[in-house]
Design a protein around this ligand. Structure first.
Ligand code: PAF
Length: 281
């Protein structure tokens, strides 16, 4: 496995791979790799000749009060894990290389980004779209793999790629969960013992909603009220949002049906966790 730390070098390497006729898959990450990321890398490995994993803690997607400074960074550990999962090239550029002085262009996907997480993290998706657009331009992959756990991110990236004719296939990979259902996330490491136990209620409440749906309940209001009661029973859990939206347009819906994404963001202690499922997916 090779490690590339410069944007120009990465463009060169990707250019030669393309000229050799090799298919390239990109897995964009911010490092702190866990089993969820490794499943994205395996998926990429099954679909392309060469897998590039980018490791870049992107400053433009963090708000001023968010955890940019304390985000876990351990490139050696990440490289080891990525290699075992089937990564061929780690791309780990520096902030100054990705955002040289005078860099002012931002990619903004309107409408889809003002709701759900975007409503509470102003500018977050502009930062995500800008860095993903840059990574796609640098690596020029045939496909890029994103996790369903960041459901809104996947929708927004898919829309950006379509709207800007970026010519890359976006693959969504299913959420990997701990045995108690908690979606894998780099931020799970920040939970205390009691918080970790209580965090399992996020997915339990989603599973409960799906079982109500399967039993014939369609009212989002009634389903959300039961989810809210379950989550609020915890001592460390505070709901930021619960939403039922069309999984493509992200418009709110009143009735559950196939193709609706049930999504939530909950603070467990000081750690903000998100999760979602798409009904019928
Ligand atoms: O999902 C993430 O880890 C990040 O938002 C991404 C896609 C790597 C962009 O920085």
């Amino acid at each position: 496995m090779e490690t590339v730390t410069s944007v120009v070098e990465m463009m060169r390497a990707a250019g030669s791979l393309r000229r050799e006729g090799r298919t390239i898959a990109l897995v964009p990450t911010m490092g702190a790799l866990h089993e969820g990321h490794l499943s994205l890398i395996r998926e990429a490995n099954a679909r392309a000749d060469v897998v590039v994993v980018s490791v870049f803690v992107n400053p433009t997607q963090f708000g001023p009060l968010e955890d940019f400074d304390t985000y876990q960074r351990d490139i050696e550990r990440d490289s080891r894990l990525a290699q075992v999962a089937g990564c061929d090239i780690i791309f780990a550029p520096g902030v100054d290389d990705m955002y040289p002085a005078g860099s002012v262009t931002r990619v903004c996907v309107s409408d889809l980004t003002g709701k759900l997480c975007g409503a509470f993290r102003p500018g977050h998706f502009d930062g995500v779209c800008t860095v993903v657009a840059k990574l796609l331009n640098i690596v020029r992959p045939h496909l890029a793999v994103f996790g369903q756990k960041d459901g809104q991110q996947a929708v927004v990236v898919e829309r950006m790629v379509r709207d800007l004719d970026m010519g890359v296939e976006i693959i969504r990979s299913k959420t990997v969960r701990e045995p108690d259902g908690l979606a894998m996330s780099s931020r799970n490491a920040n939970l205390s013992g009691v918080e970790r136990r209580e965090a399992a209620v996020l997915y339990r409440s989603i599973e409960h909603a799906v079982s109500l749906y399967r039993a014939g309940e369609r009212s989002v209001e009634r389903i959300m009220s039961e989810m809210r009661d379950m989550i609020e029973a915890g001592e460390t859990t505070n709901i930021q949002y619960l939403a039922a939206v069309d999984a493509v347009t992200l418009e709110d819906v009143d009735e559950l049906r196939e193709g609706v994404m049930l999504a939530l963001a909950v603070f467990v202690g000081n750690t903000r966790l998100i999760d979602n499922v798409i009904i019928g997916a």
